[in-house]
Design a protein. Structure first.
Length: 307
């Protein structure tokens, strides 16, 4: 059952008022808590390897996933936990994978950055995923499946040349590819303005990819923009882009952060989660949070094993 069916099914039971917002919040909150927990586990020395959390960016993943069907393909990057969870809901498989356990979704061999599941692929090589996603989109087109491929990249990844080769081929050969740029303004320790000339949007439009833009402070606005972008690729069968101005609230990886406390404070004010939380009935919100905490606690217990 895909996201839309789940929301429709839950909304048809009992009170429909605000049911979409509640499901949206549930998706975002679960990702938030997983990511916070991973950083705590690392800090306590209970996880090895590396990780890149999507704290502050969760709404992007949930918004896009909502508009996709099970047949569509998602390709993601080093910061992929939210994309995977929004797409599959497989908390335990993901946690086991990050913990390096054989029962993880890739038998513990992929770890945090290299996930592989039906219609879901990630790779930590910046930009390397864009040609792969383009090829997958062309394959879907040749098969006549009607499926689209969504690839998530960061704004820093627009510095990789292969991204433009991919845009070129995707446009020339009309690949049903949606490029979602999560523009958090930083690439590890480099602020985007220091590395990027010209307009981000025009970089996509120059290759004939119509490009939506959302400022990213409101989860429902992100949801609407994602719907328009997915709809465009689905209807035209051609590539398109969506730039979401977003904010990374956590460190780049486990603890490295080049930003000042003042900048982080400003970014926290743009966090879509509290705003969405405030729009919910407090009792219903607490029930959602409690359910997510139970799920997370159960997944942690179930995946406890040798590190
Ligand atoms: C080809 C390549 N170069 C460098 C890295 C190391 N690296 C990992 S993430 C990252 C920054 C990515 O920035 P951006 O695309 O903006 O995504 P964000 O981390 O902000 O989500 C870098 C330099 C890498 N993974 N791959």
């Amino acid at each position: 059952m895909d996201w839309r069916e789940r929301v429709a099914a839950e909304g048809s039971r009992g009170d429909r008022t605000g049911h979409f917002e509640r499901e949206f919040y549930r998706g975002i909150y679960l990702i938030r808590r997983l990511e916070e927990t991973l950083l705590e586990l690392f800090a306590a020395g209970r996880l090895s390897g590396t990780t890149h959390t999507c704290l502050g960016q969760e709404a992007n993943a949930v918004a896009v996933a909502f508009h996709l069907t099970d047949a569509d393909v998602v390709v993601s990057n080093h910061r992929c936990h939210g994309h995977y969870l929004a797409r599959t809901g497989d908390l335990e498989g993901l946690l086991a994978e990050i913990r390096g356990l054989e029962r993880g979704l890739c038998s513990g061999k992929g770890g945090s950055q290299h996930l592989c599941a039906p219609n879901f692929y990630t790779n930590g090589i910046q930009g390397g995923i864009v040609p792969l996603a383009t090829g997958m989109a062309l394959a879907e087109k040749q098969r006549g499946s009607g499926a689209i491929v969504t690839v998530f990249i960061g704004d820093g990844t627009l510095g990789q040349g292969v991204v433009y080769e991919s845009f070129n081929i995707a446009a020339l050969w009309a690949a049903p590819l949606l490029v979602v740029v999560e523009a958090n303004g930083w690439a590890q320790s480099t602020p985007t303005p220091r590395a990027m000339a010209g307009s981000m949007r025009q970089r996509l439009e120059a290759f004939g990819l119509p490009c939506g833009m959302v400022e990213g402070t409101d989860a429902l606005e992100i949801h609407r923009a994602a719907g328009a972008a997915v709809g465009q690729v689905r209807e035209t069968g051609r590539p398109a882009g969506l730039i979401i101005r977003t904010q990374r609230l956590g460190p780049h990886s486990k603890g490295d952060d080049s930003r000042s406390p003042e900048e982080l404070e400003t970014l926290r004010e743009r966090d879509p989660l509290p705003r969405l939380a405030a729009s919910l009935d407090p009792e219903q919100r607490r029930a959602i949070e409690a359910e997510c905490e139970r799920r997370l606690a159960a997944a942690l217990t179930a995946t406890e094993g040798p590190l």
